[in-house]
Ligand binder design. Structure first.
Ligand SMILES: Cc1ncc(COP(=O)(O)O)c(C=O)c1O
Length: 446
């Protein structure tokens, strides 16, 4: 049934996208797999849809098909595509220098804003959240003199070597599937623990060799896995007890609200990482730290070698990304806009949950502010493992392709939907109608 339904959707896709097909044929001659970055070959369909333009909550492909975008650049465009305030600030900056490797006044305003939102007083800038994670890992090793990083099973924090580890069935840390070209064995750098498992966390830290815990406050890259009451505060206390630095990565969980889950739950991490949405789509990343940490870094890094110690990036903190961050933070990622995003996301989740209930599908939907996500298991997962085990790649590919044909783009990796400040109730209701039709068909297969 699934195979036949997938073929029907593939035929629909091919009929709707002849120009994308032509561009893809040309693209294959100059890019491996015909895509600008290898993971883009994961999009459902025979090829990715080529974009002609994107505005607000929608984009149009080169064949003239319009889509409601619930992927939003996997959070890079959580602001909606090309928000006016950000575009205006970028245009002004384009006329006044894109990068000079010197600070601009915008860096001060952005740092003040981040400090107010997330509670950490001092900030540094990168060009991606991946870089920010790499840098805080290095700093944590520098400060503690320890080698290991603790990560959560089935996490994702960008292309960060230490994080591509998982647990085997006996609870040992091993390399994750697809971990190509690892510089050293993962067992040398990493210890993996399950989410929502404080006892496991304590066991991992008790060795006394852990420089940092790197984690999202809710998992968002294996479906959404929410923290149980007291879990995050428990992790914070354990990190203190064992002299381990706590790095909270809110690159995705910023969907929870203007100050992320850190503000909502009163978390007090040693380092804080974020990227993607805060630049409104312009590449950027940042990490915050406490005064104590900054003092330790200054004491340990000599000025003469500050540029060659593995922390940096020529374009880090460039004028354009700071201009875009300033406008995005102050005018787009505002509490009022977050309130709207959460409201339409709730409406989206209500629609999804009503279809799951009506057609008695063994699926569960989780909510995280501006995000919603359904998983193919009947109750909320407690751990990344439970969420990963519920994965069904073929069903997922069918769902994504069908919804794409119906005019909705989901995040390619799982079934996550994200709302922007300009996503409307009508956008959400259109999805609900299409989702109901799809669930009706899927239920008829059983
Ligand atoms: C939680 C988290 N951190 C960091 C990253 C890396 O972001 P980027 O690819 O923009 O460097 C991602 C990417 O999906 C992420 O989900």
């Amino acid at each position: 049934m699934l195979a036949a339904a997938f073929k029907r959707e593939m035929d629909r896709f091919l009929a709707r996208t002849p120009k994308s097909a032509k561009l893809f044929e040309e693209a294959k001659k100059v890019m491996p797999g015909g895509v600008p970055m290898s993971w883009m070959s994961k999009w459902p369909g025979a090829y990715p849809t080529f974009v002609a333009s994107a505005n607000g909550s929608r984009f149009t492909d080169v064949d003239g098909n319009e889509y409601i975008d619930l992927c939003l650049g996997d959070t890079g465009s959580m602001t909606g595509h090309s928000p006016q305030a950000t575009v205006d600030a970028i245009k002004t900056q384009l006329d006044n220098g894109i990068t000079a490797m010197l600070p601009t006044e915008n860096a001060l305003a952005v740092s003040h804003d981040l400090a107010n939102r997330f509670g950490l007083p001092l900030w540094q800038y990168t060009v991606s959240a991946t870089d920010a994670n790499r840098h805080v890992i290095r700093y944590s090793r520098l400060i503690t003199g320890r080698s290991k990083i603790v990560v959560i099973d089935r996490c994702y924090h960008g292309s960060v070597d230490e994080t591509f580890a998982t647990l085997d069935s006996s609870g040992n840390t091993i390399a994750r599937e697809g971990n190509i070209g690892a510089p050293v064995a993962l067992t040398e750098t990493t210890r993996v623990v399950e989410f929502n498992d404080l006892a496991g966390m304590e066991k991992a830290l008790a060795h006394g060799d852990v420089a940092a815990i790197l984690m999202e406050p809710a998992m968002t890259n294996v479906g959404i896995v929410l923290p149980e009451d007291g879990y995050l505060k428990g992790v914070e206390a354990l990190a203190k007890k064992y002299g381990t630095k706590l790095i909270i990565d809110e690159t995705h969980t910023i969907s929870a609200g203007a100050g992320g889950m850190t503000a909502q739950l009163g978390l007090k991490p040693d380092f804080f990482v974020i990227g993607k949405a805060i630049g409104g789509g312009i590449p950027t990343g940042t990490f915050g730290m406490t005064h104590e940490i900054a003092a330790e870094i200054v004491a340990k890094v000599e000025r003469e070698v500050v540029d060659t110690g593995g922390i940096g990036g020529t374009l880090a903190g460039n004028a354009l990304s700071l201009a875009s961050m300033r406008a995005t933070l102050t005018e787009v990622l505002t509490p009022a806009n977050f309130a709207h995003m959460a409201k339409v996301a709730d409406r989206w989740s209500d629609g999804v949950e009503s279809a799951i209930a009506e057609y008695k599908l063994p699926w569960h939907n989780n909510r995280l502010g501006a995000r919603g996500e359904y998983l193919f298991l009947p109750r909320a997962p407690r751990t990344g493992r439970e969420a990963a085990d519920a994965g069904d790649f073929k069903l997922e590919q069918y769902i994504h392709l069908r919804l794409l044909n119906d005019g909705f783009l989901l995040t390619p990796f799982h079934n996550m939907a994200l709302m922007s400040p300009v996503t409307t109730e009508a956008d959400v209701d259109a999805h609900t109608a299409a989702f109901h039709e799809m669930c009706k068909e899927i239920a008829s297969w059983n």
